[in-house]
Design a protein around this ligand. Structure first.
Ligand code: SF4
Ligand code: FES
Length: 361
């Protein structure tokens, strides 16, 4: 067994608590409790361990990371360890005073998610009245505080026709980057797939808008565009490949190759409470299971894209084919590919499907 390359980034899910209730959330259906969360000192140790094994970036996420009162202390610790720090937040509880404290602690970047460009649609999807107004205010505070801002536009069938407005919103707020991210169907998102899936026509219209806007935004707004998997011909290189670039740490300290890995039966995940992060990254059976290309079935095994998309997404293969070790069915070379677009079209037609809002039990 050869040692893996150092990971590039850690997603530190500080808590699963969140004031919003978005039905597209990729957190697991069984959310972790506050009582089970890692304490401040444990997170500090983990941040040092991350830097020691070569991690460059830490993304503080959740749930809502601002629910942790020790966020400033963790940002400061990560900064001192030499990590680039990003805060991924709903921003509804973020005010200027806290932003100033986070900036003083070393925070470099803030990513704020928007559920829609329009207040009514945004607040309905978020399950939080007034969320849109709070987000706009917080985004302006981020820019005023001199921090880099990314607008995360989470796209689904209820807002996909507002793609144009998302660019205007990001420009108006002073963001340097926008992530136009079609919903990924994991966790609560998978549960709500039929309520969120856009139609193919909607997708084609959005695609045209995005491609038309990108040239005019050059030098003003960086655009990251995540296409919806279910209508694609080739899968995404999920996480840049399993166990290659990325570590996800849950609020209780479980170390995962991706946010949905716990849905895969038969994998056991180690925790930073029991073993150092570097040891888990190096040889944990869960990371080894789909690392590299040795696990691949045909046609991936002989495909010239096998070290480009790394076989797509294991959690998606499980969700769509019932087998995490199968070729991702989003790939048109997979035997069950045709069923994926058919499923998307069927679900997109269920226009009155209600949301199941994310909730902490
Ligand atoms: Fe990627 Fe496998 Fe499809 Fe080739 S066959 S494009 S490696 S998913
Ligand atoms: Fe788990 Fe893609 S989300 S491998």
């Amino acid at each position: 067994m050869t040692a893996p390359e150092p990971p590039y980034a850690v997603l530190a899910e500080l808590t699963h608590r969140c004031p919003l209730a978005c039905p597209y959330c990729s957190n697991p259906l069984e959310l972790e409790t506050r009582a089970g969360e890692l304490d401040t000192d444990s997170w500090k140790r983990v941040l040092i361990e991350a830097a020691e094994i070569g991690v460059l970036q830490v993304h503080f996420s959740g749930g809502e990371p601002c629910a942790r009162t020790d966020l400033e202390a963790l940002v400061e610790h990560a900064t001192q360890a030499g990590l680039y720090t990003n805060l991924i937040t709903s921003a509804v509880t973020l005010d200027r005073r806290r932003l100033d404290r986070l900036k003083a602690a070393g925070l470099q970047h803030v990513q704020i998610s928007f559920q829609d460009t329009r207040p009514e649609g945004n607040d309905r999807v978020a399950g939080f009245p007034g969320a849109h107004e709070r987000k706009r205010r917080a985004a302006r505070d981020v820019v005023a505080a001199g921090l880099a801002l990314t607008v995360n536009a989470v796209v689904h069938r209820h807002n996909i026709d507002h793609a144009d407005e998302f660019f205007d919103l990001a420009l108006d707020l002073g963001a340097g980057r926008i992530e136009v991210a079609n919903v990924q169907y994991y966790g609560w998102g998978l549960l709500n797939r039929a309520a969120l899936m856009p139609t193919r026509d909607q997708l084609l219209r959005m695609d045209a808008v995005v491609r038309e806007r990108i040239p005019g935004l050059k030098g003003r707004l960086v655009v990251d565009y995540v296409v919806p998997d279910y209508y694609a011909h080739r899968p995404k290189a999920c996480m840049g490949g399993w166990g290659r670039r990325f570590i996800n740490i849950t609020p209780s300290g479980k170390v995962l190759p991706c946010h949905a890995a716990e849905t895969i039966p038969g994998l056991a995940f180690e925790t930073v409470r029991d073993r150092p992060l570097g040891a888990i990254w190096r040889d944990s059976p869960a990371f080894e299971r789909f690392r590299g290309t040795g696990w691949m079935p045909p046609p991936c095994r002989d495909c010239d894209r096998r070290e480009i998309d790394w076989g797509g997404c294991r959690c998606q293969a499980l969700a769509l084919s019932g087998d995490a070790a199968a070729t991702d069915p989003v790939c048109e070379l997979a035997t069950d590919h045709a069923q994926v677009a058919a499923l998307a079209e069927r679900e997109a037609a269920r226009s009155d499907e209600p949301f199941v809002y994310r909730r902490h039990s």
